[in-house]
Structures are given as C-alpha cells and as structure tokens.
Design a protein around this ligand. Structure first.
Ligand code: F6P
Ligand code: MG
Length: 500
C-alpha cells in the first residue's frame, strides 16, 4: 500500500480518515441523543476508541499496537529534554501490546489475527491494501460488538438511508420503467414469441443488467470525493446511455445464454445469486434486476448475499434490506418528511405525485410478495467479511461453495467483490478473467458474472493496448505509472466465467 502510485495509498491517506471521522460524528450524535446514562457512557468509550484508531492510522502506527499519550505531566513517563537553552517537556508515548483484533466471539477474529501474525510487523501504510481495509472495518466492528448497549448499531446506517433519499429522481424514473416492463411482460406471456421478441428480450436483459451495473458507481466510500449532485447525474437514464461506451468488457450475452438455456430446458428451479455490494440506490437497482429476472421467468429464485457487519461504509446489511422496503412501503412519509439538513435549511421536499406514489407502491407490493413467497431471499455468511480473497472460498467455506454451485448464475456486484475475485493482484490487464479468478474459474462448478465499475487498480480481460490508451486520456494517469482511469467509477467491466 506504500506504493504511492496506487489508489491504495490515496485511500489510506485521504479517504480512510474522512470515513472514520464520519463514524465518530455519527456515534457522537447518537450518544448525545441518548437518555440512558449507562448507554451514553458505553457510547462515549466507542467514540474514544474510534478517535484513537484515527490517530493511529494517520500516524501510520503499527496494526498490532495501541499507542496513546500518558497525560502530561506524569512523574513516571514524562521527562524533560533540552533543545538549546530551552527546556522542552515531551510526552512519552507508551506502546501497549493488545491482541490486534479483540475477541468478540466470532471465529473470524482468529483468522484475522493469525493472518496479521503471518504478515509480520505492519503499519497502516505498509500493510497489503485488501487485508488492511478489511481489518479496518472488522476492528471498528469490535468497538460496537464488545460494548453492552451498542452491539448491533450500524454506524453507517444514517448515511446509507440519507443517500438513498437523495437518489429520489433516479428512483422515481426507474420505478416507472419497472412498472411498465413488468406489466408489459405479464401481457405478453400469452403470446408466442417471434424472433424480434427474442431479440427484444435479450436487449431488455442487457438494459436491466446495465442499470444494476451503474448503480455501483455511486457507493458511499467514494462519496468523500463526490457531491450528491454528482451522484444524481450518475444515476439517470441519459447518463447510463452515455456510459455504454465506458463498459470495457461486456459479457452479458454469455450470461443471458446460460439463463435462457436453463429456462428452455424446463428446469424447475432456476436460481440466480447476487453477492450484494452497496445499500440504498445500488440495492434498489439490484432488486430491480431481481424482480425483472423473476417476472420474466429467467429465474425462479433469487438469493441475495448481504454482509454481516457494517462494511466499507455502504455495503448491504440485512437491516438495510428491511429499511429499503420500509421506505417504499410508505413513500410519502419517506420522501416528504424533511431530513435533518433540510430542517436546518428550512426546506421542504416537493410532494410526490399520485402517479409516483403509485409506482413506488407497485414496487413495494411486488418485492414484498416475492420475499414473502420465498422467491427472493437473503442468505448472510461471515465469509463475505473475511479479509482474504475469494480464491480461498474452496478451502475456507466448502459449504458456501457447494451452495453457489447449485445456482445458474452468481452475480458479484461492485469493486471490492471484483478485487476479491481477482485476488487484488497486479495482473497484466490482458489476463483472461477466467484465469484471474483462479479456483472460481472454469473448473469451479460456478457460473460467475462480475458487474463492476472500476474503483481500484486491478483490472483484467482488456484488449492489448487498451490500458495504455486509457492511461493516455486526460486524467488517465499518463506516464506517472498510476492507473488513474480505473479509480473513479467512470469505467466498467462486465466479465463472465462459465464454470459448469
Ligand atoms: O475505491 C476505494 C474502495 O474503498 C475500494 O477499496 C473498494 O474496492 C471500493 O472502494 C468499494 O467499492 P464497492 O462498493 O464498489 O465495492
Ligand atoms: Mg461497497
């Protein structure tokens, strides 16, 4: 991560402190609103721990230690030193060795700590990026899980739901489109399909997947550099059309054929799995894809894989799924009640029209029914918040691998999942995707589809010369040695590997 040309370095230096500051502010706010003194004190300790973590990180301290200043003056630790004639008193920093991640009862702690031990002495800037970033979120989680009153508190929940609220224009546009499509498909069910219809179905599948893909461009961990206005621009249909040329690899045709084949063979259960990434708008578009796959008959069961702990700021927890359905269940209350910021600015959000309310309610009824009937289910697994890459799946989580093998298609959403699929390695960018995903490749028994907007350095499956061309574009990195074009979420790769 100390490679100054990588996005890892920028992340650690500029973005993580902002993310931890956000966590401190959020917890502080909740602590301040809390009436129970015991709970308040418990919360204050978490704020202190978060602040200490931020200090350690910014001062590139060791991951294995907790360093803190003994309050000055302390007869034992503070000693005077001399600079010229002036006497300068210094505060001695005492290093206490703590277990790197404290045991909160989950088995992954041992794996995290064992790996840290194997990696040797690491500081925040010298640790491998993937490990260190996962460690950051896992460690933050222990502050809460080891508390008495804040065990299940999601420090990022407020941000996630606020951003979803600010995605209103794109949410409404897609709700209208979804209702049209589903109604049209229901009407067409009785008609025999012509060649033109088949072509149109394939196009529709592509459109739904691309909506789902670009929903990933707007995750909250990147919000440290994007405004809400930027986000809204990224989410509309015009932006999506304009971005088609930015999909550098597009294997959607192969994924469609897999689902089409299972359908035409008359398989009774045709399952699609989605390894989720971000909550809010991205989860919303994931549900649009899920609902479309079920309504079109391309799938009969959708299994969603959320995270089990607050993760990379915006990743989906089971509670985010409930929060999204809750918002859609009562869209007027959700969209018309001013947010805290709007209250301060004395702003009132515009009311929803009856048409808009009806379209959102249609979505809610569809998805709530699918969920209640068991066609749309959530299946958490702690493996998704381990520190390692998905190359470890066959050895670490055989049962999960077996489960994924019974799916027609496993869709991995987002950047982090792509980094984990490819081992976050410095591959030559022309390496085939099937090779870069190692044990999840052709022999794995899993059909993999990655829908990823690029927000990190690793990329594979490009044509020879393409990386060079992108680097030569304005802001692409040029001769600096940095692959800057791949950091912003503006470019995407949709890669398929047939494993069955
Ligand atoms: O871009 C920085 C980063 O935090 C990466 O570390 C991570 O891969 C990504 O953002 C998270 O993006 P996504 O939500 O698409 O996985
Ligand atoms: Mg994410």
């Amino acid at each position: 991560m100390d490679d100054k040309m990588s996005f890892a370095y920028i992340s650690a230096r500029d973005r993580w402190p902002v993310i931890v500051t956000g966590a401190i502010d959020d917890t502080y706010r909740s602590v301040a609103q809390c009436d129970d003194p015991e709970k308040r004190n418990d919360g204050k300790k978490i704020v202190e721990e978060l602040a200490r973590l931020k200090y350690e990180m910014q001062h590139d301290r060791q991951l294995t230690c907790v360093a803190f200043c003994i309050p000055f003056p302390s007869p034992v630790h503070a000693q005077p030193t001399r600079t010229g004639t002036a006497s300068v008193l210094v505060c001695i920093v005492r290093i206490d060795k703590w277990p790197p991640i404290r045991d909160d009862g989950f088995p992954d702690v041992a794996a995290y700590n064992h790996e840290l031990e194997k990696l040797g002495v690491l500081t925040w800037f010298s640790a491998p990026w993937l490990y260190c970033e996962c460690y950051l979120y896992r460690r933050i989680n222990t502050y809460f899980s080891l508390s008495t009153h804040w065990k299940n508190y999601d420090v990022f929940a407020r941000q996630k739901i606020d951003t979803f609220r600010s995605s209103r224009p794109a949410v409404l546009e897609l709700a209208a489109r979804y209702k049209d499509i589903v109604t049209q498909m229901a009407a067409d069910k009785t008609k025999a399909a012509t060649n033109d219809d088949n072509e149109a179905r394939k196009l529709l599948f592509t459109e739904m997947c691309e909506i789902c893909l670009w929903g990933n461009a707007t995750d909250l961990s990147l919000l440290t550099s994007l405004t809400y206005e930027d986000i809204q621009k990224l989410q509309g249909s015009e932006a999506r059309r304009a971005s088609e040329k930015n999909i550098l690899v597009n294997d959607l045709g192969a994924a469609y054929e897999v689902l089409k084949k299972a359908q035409s063979e008359g398989k009774r259960e045709r399952r699609v799995d989605i390894v989720l990434d971000n909550a809010g708008f991205e989860l919303y578009v994931d549900l649009i894809l899920a609902g479309y796959l079920l309504s079109s008959g391309l799938a009969t069961l959708i299994v969603l894989h959320p995270k089990s702990i607050p993760w990379f700021v915006s990743d989906v927890l089971p509670s985010d799924f409930a929060a999204l359905l809750g918002a859609l269940a009562n869209p007027k209350a959700f969209y018309e009640t001013p947010s805290d910021d709007e209250k301060v600015q004395d702003k009132t959000p515009p009311p929803l029209s009856n048409k808009e309310t009806g379209e959102l309610s249609f979505l809610f009824q569809e998805w709530a029914r699918m969920h209640a009937e068991g066609q749309l289910i959530l299946r958490p697994n702690r493996f998704w918040t381990h520190a390692g890459s998905f190359w470890r799946l066959p050895t670490e989580e055989k049962t999960l691998l077996g489960d994924l093998q019974s799916s027609e298609l496993v869709v991995f959403k987002g950047d982090l999942n792509y980094r984990k699929l490819t081992g976050d390695a410095a591959w030559d960018p022309t390496t085939p995707f099937t090779e870069a995903i190692g044990p999840l490749g052709p022999e794995s028994g899993v059909n993999v589809l990655a829908l990823r907007t690029c927000k990190a350095d690793v990329v594979v499956g490009l044509q020879p010369g393409e990386d060079e061309k992108l680097r030569a574009m304005e802001g692409g990195g040029g001769d600096s040695g940095a692959r800057k074009w791949a950091w912003s979420g503006k470019w995407a790769v949709v890669s398929f590997s047939g494993g069955k």
